[in-house]
Design a protein around this ligand. Sequence first.
Ligand code: UTP
Length: 462
Amino acid sequence: MITYNEAKILLSDNGQEQILQFWDQLDVDSQEKLLAQIETINFASINVMKDLLISKDEAGADSEFEPAAVIDFTEDERKASVEVGEDLLRSGKVGVLLVAGGQGTRLGFDGPKGAFLLGPISNDSLFAIHAHKIVALEKKYNTEIPYYIMTSQVNDAATRSFFEENDYFGLSKERVTFFVQGMWPALTPDGKIILDRKDHVFMSPDGHGGLLSALDARGVIKDMKIRGLNTIFFFQVDNALVDIADPAFIGVHHKENSEVSVKVCAKRDPSEGLGVVVNMNGRNAVIEYTELTDEQKNERLPDGELKYKYGSVAIHVFSVDFLEQESVASLPLHVAHKKVPYCNDAGESVSPNEPNAYKFEKFIFDAIPHAKKSINVVFAREDEFSPVKNAEGEDSPATAKRDMMEKFARWMKACGCGIPRYGGDGELIFKLEIAPDFALDVNDMKRKLPGNFTIDGDLLAK
Ligand code: UTP
């Protein structure tokens, strides 16, 4: 481990001596812990962050852009893509990658967000809902689907034990790989690293874009190659509706020789906080909602549609070769002004009421312009996207449960079942849940359901 004298030189070379401010008050254990933490800090990255604070030259929409082209399948195109995707699944070339390292601050749940219980009747957790889909896919296509889960130091141990306690939700343990993303310090406005305790530097996860360097650092790319994968389906933990390893999406990615593919849907309204897909200097990209002007957000085409209509919902397919290339490439940094707990000069820990520091994050979609070929594929949001972000209101557990049940109700209606509702077209009277093992899509459902019956109580099909 780094010695005290080495740490002192390193910190003074980088203008961060304040980290050792309480050294003389620490016992030997605490001193060792602090040295170990200092050793993990990449000061080259910290200096880039400092420069960014000074220059305010953040990544994003500094050049001209236009709305990106999108693929909106005809029924025949969808069928052709499904065939290609199903072949890929059967041949065992597809892996699934989940980013679950976030802190879930807005939801305010005590534990990894994936442990949040969401099944409308089963009370299954998000992790269980996703895992059951993978188990069902493996059965349907008689295949093996390796599952990679990115955690962070904030929730790694809790995530692993949640999987252990639940027997991996029926997944084959041998095909599940957990790996942790990196952590970064926060900086004061004048670029100083912050202690939150006398012996501890405040750190937080480096954003979902931290995935790329973690894939390299944790040997995940190597594992993907050893297992013979060429296609990776990527999603976020908070979307219960996600159609994991959707054959149409994987298929079109493959047919189009795309390196990264993006699922897009029409924005709910101009102010919805989705990043929009654009073409910038001949390359596809996603621009964060906050980087569009109000005029751009509201601009309409002659037919009345929003000019920047399509948003990315962070469902992607990546080629393994592209992930390998990007795992050693650098992504731009995004900066956010946040409330960060700190240790005052008296050595007391303080939780500020106002933003006092800057946190830095990398975003996965910043890799998209690096692709030689990337595509945007339109999907129906009501079938595949309903994230759990907030405790209440929009994008909350209540809306996600409602949207899950409405999706199942559409499947059942397509099978000829009667679905009673309040006032005829209001809310569902009974709760509905279809386990992935019973049906992964409406076609599975049509094969299983007798049709022509009306629901007269809560229904959990499994
Ligand atoms: P969000 O940006 O919604 O963040 O993450 P969050 O941490 O879940 O929630 P808030 O913003 O604190 O309320 C979108 C997805 O990216 C993952 C999350 O776990 C989620 O699946 N993520 C986010 C990471 O894996 N690492 C990060 O550093 C940030």
